[in-house]
Ligand binder design. Structure first.
Ligand code: NAD
Length: 426
Protein backbone atom coordinates (compact mmCIF):
# COMPACT_ATOMS: atom_id res chain seq x y z
CA UNK A 1 0.00 0.00 0.00
CA UNK A 2 1.35 3.42 -0.90
CA UNK A 3 0.14 6.35 1.14
CA UNK A 4 -0.14 9.66 -0.61
CA UNK A 5 1.38 12.61 1.21
CA UNK A 6 -0.72 15.78 1.16
CA UNK A 7 1.19 19.08 1.01
CA UNK A 8 2.06 20.57 4.41
CA UNK A 9 -0.15 23.43 5.66
CA UNK A 10 2.93 25.54 6.26
CA UNK A 11 6.16 24.80 4.46
CA UNK A 12 8.57 23.85 7.25
CA UNK A 13 11.31 26.17 6.03
CA UNK A 14 8.97 29.19 6.51
CA UNK A 15 8.44 28.24 10.13
CA UNK A 16 12.19 27.75 10.69
CA UNK A 17 13.02 31.03 8.90
CA UNK A 18 10.52 32.93 11.03
CA UNK A 19 12.02 31.40 14.24
CA UNK A 20 15.49 32.43 13.01
CA UNK A 21 14.35 36.00 12.25
CA UNK A 22 13.02 36.33 15.78
CA UNK A 23 16.33 35.07 17.16
CA UNK A 24 18.21 37.56 14.94
CA UNK A 25 16.16 40.46 16.22
CA UNK A 26 16.69 39.46 19.90
CA UNK A 27 20.42 38.96 19.20
CA UNK A 28 20.63 42.52 17.82
CA UNK A 29 18.84 43.99 20.85
CA UNK A 30 21.13 42.07 23.23
CA UNK A 31 24.26 42.75 21.22
CA UNK A 32 24.85 39.01 21.36
CA UNK A 33 28.30 37.64 20.61
CA UNK A 34 28.30 36.52 16.91
CA UNK A 35 29.65 33.08 17.85
CA UNK A 36 26.85 32.54 20.39
CA UNK A 37 24.31 33.79 17.81
CA UNK A 38 25.62 31.20 15.35
CA UNK A 39 25.50 28.47 18.00
CA UNK A 40 21.87 29.29 18.84
CA UNK A 41 20.89 29.41 15.15
CA UNK A 42 21.60 25.72 14.62
CA UNK A 43 20.28 22.64 16.42
CA UNK A 44 22.68 20.86 18.76
CA UNK A 45 21.62 17.45 17.52
CA UNK A 46 19.42 16.00 14.78
CA UNK A 47 18.47 12.37 14.39
CA UNK A 48 16.70 11.15 11.27
CA UNK A 49 15.36 7.61 11.47
CA UNK A 50 13.64 5.18 9.22
CA UNK A 51 10.44 3.79 10.73
CA UNK A 52 9.32 0.54 9.09
CA UNK A 53 5.84 -0.70 9.96
CA UNK A 54 4.47 -4.08 8.95
CA UNK A 55 0.84 -3.59 7.90
CA UNK A 56 -1.84 -6.26 8.48
CA UNK A 57 -1.82 -7.32 4.82
CA UNK A 58 1.85 -8.28 5.20
CA UNK A 59 3.17 -5.26 3.32
CA UNK A 60 5.97 -3.17 4.68
CA UNK A 61 5.55 0.61 4.78
CA UNK A 62 8.48 2.87 5.69
CA UNK A 63 8.15 6.36 7.19
CA UNK A 64 10.74 8.99 8.08
CA UNK A 65 11.01 10.15 11.67
CA UNK A 66 12.95 13.01 13.27
CA UNK A 67 14.07 14.12 16.71
CA UNK A 68 15.82 17.47 16.94
CA UNK A 69 17.40 18.94 20.07
CA UNK A 70 17.86 22.63 19.48
CA UNK A 71 19.45 23.49 22.82
CA UNK A 72 20.18 21.65 26.05
CA UNK A 73 22.03 24.63 27.51
CA UNK A 74 19.53 25.07 30.37
CA UNK A 75 18.53 21.44 30.84
CA UNK A 76 17.24 18.34 29.04
CA UNK A 77 15.41 18.90 25.77
CA UNK A 78 11.62 19.23 25.98
CA UNK A 79 9.12 19.14 23.14
CA UNK A 80 6.29 17.25 21.52
CA UNK A 81 6.13 14.56 18.87
CA UNK A 82 3.79 15.07 15.92
CA UNK A 83 2.48 12.56 13.43
CA UNK A 84 1.55 14.44 10.27
CA UNK A 85 2.20 13.89 6.56
CA UNK A 86 3.61 17.44 6.30
CA UNK A 87 6.38 16.89 8.89
CA UNK A 88 9.79 17.90 7.49
CA UNK A 89 13.23 18.33 9.01
CA UNK A 90 12.98 22.13 8.64
CA UNK A 91 9.63 22.24 10.45
CA UNK A 92 10.93 20.10 13.32
CA UNK A 93 14.06 22.29 13.57
CA UNK A 94 11.95 25.47 13.76
CA UNK A 95 9.59 23.98 16.36
CA UNK A 96 12.52 22.69 18.46
CA UNK A 97 14.00 26.20 18.51
CA UNK A 98 10.67 27.70 19.59
CA UNK A 99 10.53 25.16 22.44
CA UNK A 100 13.92 26.41 23.67
CA UNK A 101 12.53 29.96 23.91
CA UNK A 102 9.19 28.82 25.40
CA UNK A 103 10.93 26.91 28.21
CA UNK A 104 13.40 29.74 28.79
CA UNK A 105 10.84 32.57 28.90
CA UNK A 106 8.90 30.70 31.60
CA UNK A 107 12.19 29.93 33.39
CA UNK A 108 11.91 26.13 33.25
CA UNK A 109 15.21 24.26 33.71
CA UNK A 110 14.72 22.63 30.31
CA UNK A 111 15.98 23.04 26.77
CA UNK A 112 14.10 22.78 23.48
CA UNK A 113 13.46 19.77 21.27
CA UNK A 114 10.83 18.43 18.90
CA UNK A 115 10.10 15.23 17.04
CA UNK A 116 7.86 13.96 14.33
CA UNK A 117 7.08 11.27 11.83
CA UNK A 118 5.94 12.12 8.31
CA UNK A 119 2.82 9.96 8.35
CA UNK A 120 -0.93 10.40 8.14
CA UNK A 121 -2.05 8.41 11.22
CA UNK A 122 -5.70 8.63 10.14
CA UNK A 123 -4.87 6.21 7.35
CA UNK A 124 -3.54 3.62 9.78
CA UNK A 125 -5.33 1.41 12.27
CA UNK A 126 -4.78 2.05 15.99
CA UNK A 127 -2.65 -1.10 16.19
CA UNK A 128 -0.48 0.17 13.32
CA UNK A 129 -0.07 3.57 15.01
CA UNK A 130 1.00 1.74 18.19
CA UNK A 131 3.60 -0.25 16.25
CA UNK A 132 4.79 2.91 14.48
CA UNK A 133 5.12 4.73 17.83
CA UNK A 134 7.03 1.86 19.43
CA UNK A 135 9.42 1.47 16.49
CA UNK A 136 10.03 5.24 16.31
CA UNK A 137 10.66 5.31 20.09
CA UNK A 138 13.17 2.46 19.82
CA UNK A 139 14.91 4.35 17.01
CA UNK A 140 15.26 7.60 18.96
CA UNK A 141 15.96 5.90 22.32
CA UNK A 142 19.74 6.61 22.17
CA UNK A 143 19.06 10.35 22.48
CA UNK A 144 15.93 10.60 24.66
CA UNK A 145 15.56 10.02 28.40
CA UNK A 146 14.51 11.85 31.56
CA UNK A 147 17.86 13.61 31.79
CA UNK A 148 18.40 14.02 28.04
CA UNK A 149 15.21 14.86 26.21
CA UNK A 150 11.59 14.41 27.30
CA UNK A 151 8.93 14.12 24.56
CA UNK A 152 5.23 15.06 24.93
CA UNK A 153 2.07 14.97 22.78
CA UNK A 154 1.61 17.31 19.81
CA UNK A 155 -0.42 17.22 16.59
CA UNK A 156 -2.13 13.77 16.22
CA UNK A 157 -0.45 12.28 19.30
CA UNK A 158 -2.01 11.99 22.75
CA UNK A 159 -1.75 10.30 26.14
CA UNK A 160 -2.04 6.84 24.55
CA UNK A 161 0.97 7.62 22.36
CA UNK A 162 2.87 8.65 25.51
CA UNK A 163 1.83 5.41 27.27
CA UNK A 164 3.24 3.40 24.32
CA UNK A 165 6.51 5.34 24.59
CA UNK A 166 6.73 4.58 28.34
CA UNK A 167 6.14 0.90 27.57
CA UNK A 168 8.82 0.81 24.86
CA UNK A 169 11.44 2.51 27.02
CA UNK A 170 10.53 0.32 30.01
CA UNK A 171 10.81 -2.88 27.94
CA UNK A 172 14.08 -1.82 26.31
CA UNK A 173 15.83 -0.61 29.47
CA UNK A 174 14.27 -2.98 31.98
CA UNK A 175 13.42 -0.01 34.20
CA UNK A 176 9.95 1.43 34.74
CA UNK A 177 10.35 4.81 33.03
CA UNK A 178 7.30 7.09 33.35
CA UNK A 179 9.54 10.15 33.59
CA UNK A 180 10.72 9.70 29.97
CA UNK A 181 7.66 11.58 28.63
CA UNK A 182 4.99 14.01 29.84
CA UNK A 183 1.34 14.16 28.88
CA UNK A 184 0.86 10.61 30.18
CA UNK A 185 -2.45 9.19 31.42
CA UNK A 186 -2.94 9.91 35.15
CA UNK A 187 -2.78 6.13 35.85
CA UNK A 188 0.75 6.09 34.47
CA UNK A 189 2.06 9.17 36.25
CA UNK A 190 0.38 12.04 34.39
CA UNK A 191 -0.13 15.31 36.24
CA UNK A 192 -3.44 16.60 37.48
CA UNK A 193 -4.35 19.84 35.71
CA UNK A 194 -2.34 19.09 32.55
CA UNK A 195 -5.35 19.20 30.20
CA UNK A 196 -6.49 22.61 31.44
CA UNK A 197 -2.97 24.01 31.86
CA UNK A 198 -2.67 25.89 28.57
CA UNK A 199 -6.03 27.66 28.89
CA UNK A 200 -5.45 28.50 32.54
CA UNK A 201 -2.06 29.89 31.61
CA UNK A 202 -3.60 32.05 28.87
CA UNK A 203 -6.04 33.43 31.45
CA UNK A 204 -3.21 34.29 33.91
CA UNK A 205 -1.22 36.03 31.17
CA UNK A 206 -4.33 38.03 30.19
CA UNK A 207 -4.92 39.09 33.80
CA UNK A 208 -1.30 40.20 34.11
CA UNK A 209 -1.60 42.28 30.90
CA UNK A 210 -4.79 43.87 32.27
CA UNK A 211 -3.05 44.69 35.55
CA UNK A 212 -0.20 46.34 33.64
CA UNK A 213 -2.72 48.36 31.60
CA UNK A 214 -4.43 49.50 34.81
CA UNK A 215 -7.69 47.76 33.89
CA UNK A 216 -9.97 45.89 36.27
CA UNK A 217 -11.28 42.50 35.11
CA UNK A 218 -14.82 43.64 36.05
CA UNK A 219 -14.61 46.37 33.41
CA UNK A 220 -13.11 44.16 30.73
CA UNK A 221 -14.98 42.76 27.73
CA UNK A 222 -13.39 39.73 26.09
CA UNK A 223 -13.94 37.81 22.83
CA UNK A 224 -12.48 34.30 22.49
CA UNK A 225 -12.04 32.66 19.10
CA UNK A 226 -12.02 28.84 19.34
CA UNK A 227 -13.83 26.96 22.10
CA UNK A 228 -11.74 23.79 22.31
CA UNK A 229 -9.26 22.81 24.98
CA UNK A 230 -7.50 26.18 25.09
CA UNK A 231 -10.35 28.62 24.29
CA UNK A 232 -12.97 27.18 26.64
CA UNK A 233 -10.63 26.96 29.64
CA UNK A 234 -9.34 30.49 28.96
CA UNK A 235 -12.91 31.82 28.82
CA UNK A 236 -13.77 30.01 32.07
CA UNK A 237 -10.70 31.34 33.87
CA UNK A 238 -11.33 34.91 32.74
CA UNK A 239 -15.03 34.74 33.61
CA UNK A 240 -14.12 33.45 37.09
CA UNK A 241 -11.75 36.42 37.49
CA UNK A 242 -14.65 38.79 36.74
CA UNK A 243 -14.19 39.53 33.02
CA UNK A 244 -17.24 39.67 30.77
CA UNK A 245 -16.92 37.15 27.94
CA UNK A 246 -19.08 38.82 25.29
CA UNK A 247 -18.34 36.50 22.35
CA UNK A 248 -17.06 32.98 21.71
CA UNK A 249 -16.77 30.94 18.54
CA UNK A 250 -15.84 27.61 17.03
CA UNK A 251 -16.13 25.93 13.62
CA UNK A 252 -19.91 26.31 13.81
CA UNK A 253 -19.62 30.13 14.01
CA UNK A 254 -19.65 32.88 16.64
CA UNK A 255 -22.06 33.62 19.49
CA UNK A 256 -22.35 36.98 21.25
CA UNK A 257 -24.10 38.47 24.30
CA UNK A 258 -23.36 42.09 25.25
CA UNK A 259 -23.89 41.42 28.98
CA UNK A 260 -21.68 38.34 29.07
CA UNK A 261 -22.03 34.65 28.21
CA UNK A 262 -22.62 31.94 30.83
CA UNK A 263 -19.32 30.11 30.17
CA UNK A 264 -19.89 27.02 32.40
CA UNK A 265 -23.27 26.66 30.59
CA UNK A 266 -21.55 26.92 27.18
CA UNK A 267 -18.95 24.31 28.22
CA UNK A 268 -21.73 21.96 29.34
CA UNK A 269 -23.56 22.58 26.03
CA UNK A 270 -20.42 21.62 24.06
CA UNK A 271 -19.89 18.54 26.22
CA UNK A 272 -23.41 17.30 25.43
CA UNK A 273 -23.37 18.29 21.73
CA UNK A 274 -22.93 15.27 19.46
CA UNK A 275 -20.12 17.06 17.58
CA UNK A 276 -18.78 18.88 20.66
CA UNK A 277 -19.73 22.29 19.26
CA UNK A 278 -21.30 25.57 20.41
CA UNK A 279 -23.92 25.20 17.64
CA UNK A 280 -27.42 25.75 18.99
CA UNK A 281 -26.29 27.57 22.15
CA UNK A 282 -29.52 29.23 23.33
CA UNK A 283 -30.12 32.92 24.05
CA UNK A 284 -27.22 34.38 22.10
CA UNK A 285 -26.89 36.33 18.84
CA UNK A 286 -25.23 34.46 16.05
CA UNK A 287 -22.23 36.21 14.50
CA UNK A 288 -19.53 35.10 12.09
CA UNK A 289 -15.93 34.42 13.04
CA UNK A 290 -14.98 37.51 11.01
CA UNK A 291 -17.38 39.61 13.10
CA UNK A 292 -15.92 38.21 16.31
CA UNK A 293 -12.43 39.35 15.32
CA UNK A 294 -13.79 42.84 14.53
CA UNK A 295 -15.76 43.22 17.78
CA UNK A 296 -15.40 46.26 19.97
CA UNK A 297 -13.83 44.48 22.95
CA UNK A 298 -10.94 45.18 25.30
CA UNK A 299 -9.31 41.78 24.88
CA UNK A 300 -9.29 39.38 21.95
CA UNK A 301 -8.04 35.83 22.50
CA UNK A 302 -7.46 33.93 19.23
CA UNK A 303 -7.37 30.32 20.45
CA UNK A 304 -8.31 28.32 17.36
CA UNK A 305 -5.88 28.26 14.47
CA UNK A 306 -2.82 29.98 13.06
CA UNK A 307 -3.07 32.90 10.59
CA UNK A 308 -6.42 34.34 11.75
CA UNK A 309 -5.42 38.01 11.85
CA UNK A 310 -3.80 38.95 8.56
CA UNK A 311 -3.21 42.09 6.46
CA UNK A 312 -6.72 41.48 5.03
CA UNK A 313 -8.58 41.95 8.35
CA UNK A 314 -6.09 43.68 10.67
CA UNK A 315 -7.71 47.11 10.10
CA UNK A 316 -10.96 45.70 11.56
CA UNK A 317 -9.43 44.64 14.88
CA UNK A 318 -10.58 46.95 17.71
CA UNK A 319 -9.23 45.13 20.77
CA UNK A 320 -6.49 46.90 22.74
CA UNK A 321 -4.97 43.69 24.04
CA UNK A 322 -4.58 40.45 22.08
CA UNK A 323 -3.47 37.26 23.84
CA UNK A 324 -2.28 34.50 21.52
CA UNK A 325 -3.84 31.29 22.83
CA UNK A 326 -3.20 29.56 19.49
CA UNK A 327 0.22 29.26 17.91
CA UNK A 328 0.89 31.96 15.32
CA UNK A 329 -2.65 33.39 15.00
CA UNK A 330 -1.30 36.76 13.76
CA UNK A 331 0.77 37.01 10.57
CA UNK A 332 4.03 39.00 10.67
CA UNK A 333 2.49 41.77 8.52
CA UNK A 334 -0.56 42.18 10.74
CA UNK A 335 1.63 41.99 13.85
CA UNK A 336 3.63 45.05 12.72
CA UNK A 337 0.47 47.02 11.94
CA UNK A 338 -1.09 46.23 15.32
CA UNK A 339 2.13 47.14 17.14
CA UNK A 340 2.23 50.48 15.28
CA UNK A 341 -1.30 51.16 16.56
CA UNK A 342 -0.18 50.44 20.14
CA UNK A 343 -2.12 47.18 20.49
CA UNK A 344 -0.50 45.04 23.20
CA UNK A 345 0.03 41.48 21.92
CA UNK A 346 0.94 38.83 24.47
CA UNK A 347 2.87 36.39 22.24
CA UNK A 348 2.20 32.68 21.87
CA UNK A 349 5.59 31.56 23.23
CA UNK A 350 4.57 33.13 26.54
CA UNK A 351 0.76 33.09 26.46
CA UNK A 352 0.25 29.40 25.65
CA UNK A 353 3.25 28.09 27.62
CA UNK A 354 1.04 26.84 30.50
CA UNK A 355 1.00 23.37 28.94
CA UNK A 356 4.77 23.06 28.99
CA UNK A 357 4.94 24.49 32.51
CA UNK A 358 2.65 21.73 33.79
CA UNK A 359 4.60 19.24 31.66
CA UNK A 360 7.62 20.34 33.65
CA UNK A 361 5.63 19.77 36.87
CA UNK A 362 4.70 16.29 35.57
CA UNK A 363 8.37 15.49 34.95
CA UNK A 364 9.24 16.67 38.48
CA UNK A 365 6.42 14.55 39.98
CA UNK A 366 7.32 11.45 37.94
CA UNK A 367 10.97 11.70 38.95
CA UNK A 368 10.02 12.06 42.58
CA UNK A 369 7.21 9.46 42.33
CA UNK A 370 5.19 11.90 44.41
CA UNK A 371 2.05 13.40 42.91
CA UNK A 372 0.55 16.80 43.68
CA UNK A 373 -3.08 17.72 44.24
CA UNK A 374 -4.78 19.87 41.59
CA UNK A 375 -4.73 23.04 43.71
CA UNK A 376 -0.96 22.68 44.12
CA UNK A 377 -0.49 22.39 40.34
CA UNK A 378 -2.69 25.43 39.70
CA UNK A 379 -1.07 27.53 42.38
CA UNK A 380 2.40 26.90 40.99
CA UNK A 381 1.25 27.40 37.39
CA UNK A 382 -0.11 30.83 38.30
CA UNK A 383 3.24 31.78 39.86
CA UNK A 384 5.20 30.76 36.75
CA UNK A 385 2.83 32.42 34.25
CA UNK A 386 2.41 35.69 36.15
CA UNK A 387 6.15 35.99 36.88
CA UNK A 388 7.04 35.43 33.21
CA UNK A 389 4.40 37.90 31.99
CA UNK A 390 5.50 40.50 34.49
CA UNK A 391 9.16 40.21 33.41
CA UNK A 392 8.32 40.33 29.70
CA UNK A 393 6.15 43.42 30.15
CA UNK A 394 8.88 45.10 32.22
CA UNK A 395 11.43 44.39 29.46
CA UNK A 396 9.24 46.19 26.89
CA UNK A 397 10.15 49.39 28.77
CA UNK A 398 13.86 48.57 29.01
CA UNK A 399 14.22 47.77 25.32
CA UNK A 400 11.38 49.98 24.02
CA UNK A 401 9.94 46.99 22.20
CA UNK A 402 6.80 44.88 21.88
CA UNK A 403 5.99 42.03 24.30
CA UNK A 404 6.80 39.58 21.48
CA UNK A 405 10.29 41.04 21.04
CA UNK A 406 10.70 41.21 24.82
CA UNK A 407 9.76 37.52 25.23
CA UNK A 408 12.46 36.52 22.76
CA UNK A 409 14.97 38.85 24.41
CA UNK A 410 14.29 37.32 27.87
CA UNK A 411 14.54 33.79 26.47
CA UNK A 412 17.65 34.27 24.32
CA UNK A 413 19.43 36.13 27.12
CA UNK A 414 18.71 33.30 29.59
CA UNK A 415 19.89 30.55 27.23
CA UNK A 416 23.03 32.45 26.14
CA UNK A 417 23.90 33.26 29.74
CA UNK A 418 23.55 29.60 30.85
CA UNK A 419 25.81 28.46 27.99
CA UNK A 420 28.36 31.19 28.75
CA UNK A 421 28.47 30.26 32.43
CA UNK A 422 28.98 26.57 31.60
CA UNK A 423 31.72 27.45 29.10
CA UNK A 424 32.08 25.75 25.74
CA UNK A 425 33.18 22.12 26.12
CA UNK A 426 36.03 21.14 26.13
P1 NAD B 1 -8.98 22.07 19.95
O1 NAD B 1 -9.02 21.20 18.76
O2 NAD B 1 -9.35 21.53 21.28
O3 NAD B 1 -9.90 23.36 19.71
C1 NAD B 1 -9.84 24.15 18.57
C2 NAD B 1 -11.09 25.01 18.55
O4 NAD B 1 -11.01 25.92 17.45
C3 NAD B 1 -12.39 24.22 18.36
O5 NAD B 1 -13.39 24.81 19.16
C4 NAD B 1 -12.70 24.43 16.90
O6 NAD B 1 -14.09 24.28 16.60
C5 NAD B 1 -12.23 25.84 16.73
N1 NAD B 1 -12.01 26.25 15.35
C6 NAD B 1 -11.45 25.56 14.34
N2 NAD B 1 -11.47 26.27 13.21
C7 NAD B 1 -12.03 27.46 13.52
C8 NAD B 1 -12.31 28.62 12.79
N3 NAD B 1 -12.02 28.71 11.50
N4 NAD B 1 -12.86 29.66 13.44
C9 NAD B 1 -13.16 29.57 14.76
N5 NAD B 1 -12.94 28.50 15.49
C10 NAD B 1 -12.38 27.46 14.88
O7 NAD B 1 -7.50 22.66 19.97
P2 NAD B 1 -6.74 23.33 21.20
O8 NAD B 1 -5.96 22.27 21.90
O9 NAD B 1 -7.68 24.19 21.95
O10 NAD B 1 -5.67 24.23 20.43
C11 NAD B 1 -6.01 25.49 19.88
C12 NAD B 1 -4.74 26.21 19.48
O11 NAD B 1 -3.87 26.33 20.59
C13 NAD B 1 -3.89 25.52 18.40
O12 NAD B 1 -3.26 26.54 17.65
C14 NAD B 1 -2.85 24.78 19.20
O13 NAD B 1 -1.68 24.54 18.44
C15 NAD B 1 -2.59 25.79 20.29
N6 NAD B 1 -1.99 25.23 21.49
C16 NAD B 1 -2.62 24.25 22.20
C17 NAD B 1 -2.02 23.75 23.35
C18 NAD B 1 -2.70 22.70 24.18
O14 NAD B 1 -2.15 22.36 25.24
N7 NAD B 1 -3.88 22.22 23.81
C19 NAD B 1 -0.77 24.24 23.76
C20 NAD B 1 -0.16 25.26 23.03
C21 NAD B 1 -0.79 25.74 21.90
Amino acid sequence: MTLSTPAPIHPGHELRDSALRQLDSAARALNLDPGMHKFLSTPERTLIVSVPVMLEDGQLEVYTGYRVQHSTGRGPGKGGIRFHPGVTLEEVEGLAMLMTWKCAVTDLPLGGAKGGVAVDPHRLTRRQVERLTKRYTAAILPIIGPERDIPAPDVNTDESTMAWIVDTVTMMTGQHSPEVVTGKPIELGGSRGRTEATGRGVAFVTLEALKRAGRLPENTRVAVQGFGNVGSVTAKGLAEAGCKIVAVSDVSGGYAAPYGIDIPGAIEHVRRHPKRMLEGLPGLSKISNAELIAMDVDVLVPAALEGQITSANVHEVRAKIIVEGANGPITADADRKLADRGVVIMPDILANAGGVVVSYFEWVQSRAQFYWELDEVERRLEIYMRRASDLVLAKTKVYDCTPREAAFIVAVERVASAIEKRGIFP
